[in-house]
Design a binder for this molecule. Structure first.
Ligand code: HEC
Length: 180
């Protein structure tokens, strides 16, 4: 009897474990959203977004990022973790030029895509936390209505990680290999 009960308990345990595994997608969950909101506040505090943001020279971008981009890097703390942050502002609009972006960045800003390195967060992916925000700071979604925050595109064919895995130097960063 006891033995039977024991196996039944394991069976139920397994069912529950697989349920929670399904519930925990690699991105867009409550924890990821809360973290992305904290990250946005830090970006604001360090003048990387918002009215007084520091801008770098805009350059012509490649798909899926904007027609023009400006990318800036810093290092700061979020919830006790200090790590590098790479902020890319994505601009779009008709007959856009570098000059237009410099002159009125707010008019053409379409999205802010961010990578923030969190120790131990996702060793398979060099520990990057990815987020895509709309200009007002709300988190953007993919066509399946999943919020783009966390390990976006992990083990998938599309999404931030799926594409950034092709970056040279195996650090998931295209621009350089500074954060190996
Ligand atoms: C289909 C490929 C692709 C997808 C999907 C993609 N990126 Fe990128 N990303 C690139 C390329 C290529 C660059 C370098 C080009 C540039 O900076 O002009 C880049 C650059 C970046 C950079 C600057 C650091 C670097 O790697 O040079 C950040 C930050 C970034 N992407 C964030 C994101 C986020 C967040 C997502 C998902 C919401 C995302 N990317 C999805 C291709 C992609």
């Amino acid at each position: 009897m006891k033995r039977k009960f024991f196996f039944r308990a394991i069976g139920i345990g397994l069912i529950f474990t697989s349920f929670s595994a399904v519930a925990e997608a690699p991105f867009g969950g409550e924890k990821d959203i809360a973290y992305a909101e904290k990250l946005w506040k830090q970006l604001e505090k360090h003048n990387l977004i918002g009215e007084n943001r520091t801008m770098s020279a805009p350059y012509e971008g490649v798909h899926p990022h904007g027609a023009f981009l400006d990318t800036i890097e810093r290092s700061f703390k979020v919830e006790g973790n200090t790590g590098p942050v790479i902020v890319k502002r994505n601009y779009g609009g008709e007959e856009l030029s570098k000059e237009k972006v410099w002159d009125s960045p707010d008019e053409y800003l379409q999205a802010v895509t961010v990578m923030y390195q969190r120790e131990g967060y996702d060793p398979d992916n060099n520990n990057w936390f990815y987020a895509k925000y709309k200009p007002d700071g709300s988190i953007d979604t993919n066509p399946k209505d999943m919020k783009l925050a966390g390990r976006v595109g992990k083990n998938m064919k599309a999404g931030c990680i799926a594409c950034h895995a092709n970056a040279p130097g195996e650090d998931f960063v295209f621009a350089h290999d500074r954060y190996q």
